[in-house]
Design a protein around this ligand. Structure first.
Ligand code: SAM
Length: 255
C-alpha cells in the first residue's frame, strides 16, 4: 500500500507519515541497525542497514522519495568515513546551503525536481489558450516548468512563484520573459490565471484543488505533472514522456 494511502488507517499516527519525517525515521532506523550489528560483523551491519533502507523506501509512491529514503544511509555513511570527513564549518556551510535552497515551508510540498523538457508538448493539442492568457507555474523551482510552458504556449503571459530565494532568482535569470516572484504559492491569488501548472507531491493535490475551486474561474485549467487529484475526474490524461503522466482538470462552474 502506498505510504500516503495509509494515512486514512490511523489518523492519530498520520503525522508520522508527514514528509520528511518518514525519511528521517528510516535513516535513524538504518543507523540503529548498523550501530547495533557493527561490533559483531561490520559487513553484515552495513548490509542490514542498507536492506532496511530499501524495504522502508518501497512503500513510497514518488520515485524521488524512494531514492531519498534508500540513499540516505549509504550517503551519510560515505560522508562520515574518515577519508572523506568534512571539517565542522564544512557541515555548517552545507546545512546553510540546504536551508537556503530548501526552506522550511517548501518541505510541506515538493523539493526541487525540474519538469522534463518535453513533458508539456502534447498539452496545447488538448488545451487551447487565448494568445495572451495568464499562466502560472506554482512552485516554479529554477524555471524548467516555465520553459516547458513557454514551449507549449509561446504567446502566453507566464508567471512563476517560488518559495526558495535562490531558486526564484535562478528562475528569473533563466526565464527573463516570465514574471517570477519569490513567495508562497498558497498565498498567491490564482483567480486571474487561465492555467495553473503544478509539479508538487501527492499530498499537495487536495489542497491545490480546493484553492483552485475557490479562486479560479469556471473553465480554467489546473495541470499536474505526475500526481492526480484524489476523487476528481480529470478532463484529460496525457502521457508526458515515457514514465510520466499529465493530469488535466477543468474548473467547474461555482454553485
Ligand atoms: C518539484 S519542484 C517543481 C519545479 C518547477 N515547477 C518545475 O516543474 O520545473 C517543486 C518546487 O516547489 C517549490 N515549493 C514548495 N512549496 C512551495 C510553496 N509553498 N510556495 C512556493 N514554492 C514552493 C519548491 O521549492 C520546488 O522548487
Amino acid at each position: 500500500m502506498p505510504i500516503s494511502a495509509a494515512t486514512g488507517l490511523a489518523p492519530r499516527l498520520a503525522w508520522l507519515l508527514r514528509w520528511p519525517l518518514p525519511a528521517l525515521l528510516s535513516w535513524a532506523g538504518s543507523w540503529a541497525v548498523y550501530l547495533l550489528l557493527r561490533p559483531w560483523q561490520a559487513t553484515l551491519a552495513m548490509a542490514g542497514a542498507v536492506l532496511l533502507g530499501l524495504a522502508l523506501a518501497l512503500p513510497h509512491g514518488p520515485r524521488w522519495r524512494r531514492l531519498m529514503v534508500a540513499g540516505g544511509f549509504p550517503l551519510s555513511l560515505l560522508l562520515s568515513s574518515p577519508g572523506l570527513s568534512l571539517p565542522g564549518w564544512g557541515w555548517l556551510a552545507a546545512l546553510a546551503l540546504l536551508v537556503l535552497a530548501y526552506p522550511r515551508r517548501a518541505w510541506q510540498d515538493a523539493p526541487l525536481f525540474p519538469t522534463p523538457h518535453a513533458a508539456l508538448q502534447d498539452l496545447p493539442a488538448r488545451i487551447a489558450l487565448r494568445p495572451d492568457a495568464l499562466v502560472l507555474d506554482a512552485g516554479c523551482g529554477v524555471g524548467d516548468g516555465l520553459r516547458a510552458l513557454r514551449r507549449a504556449y509561446p504567446a502566453a503571459r507566464i508567471h512563476g512563484v517560488e518559495w526558495s530565494r535562490p531558486w526564484a532568482w535562478l528562475a528569473a535569470l533563466r526565464c527573463p520573459w516570465a514574471t517570477v516572484r519569490r513567495g508562497d504559492m498558497w498565498a498567491e491569488d490564482w483567480s486571474g490565471f487561465a492555467l495553473v501548472y503544478l509539479f508538487q507531491r501527492p499530498e499537495s493535490m487536495p489542497r491545490a484543488w480546493a484553492k483552485a475551486c475557490q479562486e479560479m474561474h469556471a473553465g480554467s485549467i489546473l495541470v499536474s505533472l505526475d500526481f492526480a487529484i484524489p476523487g476528481v475526474a480529470p478532463y484529460a490524461q496525457l502521457q508526458a514522456g515515457s514514465a510520466r503522466r499529465l493530469w488535466v482538470y477543468q474548473l467547474p462552474a461555482r454553485p
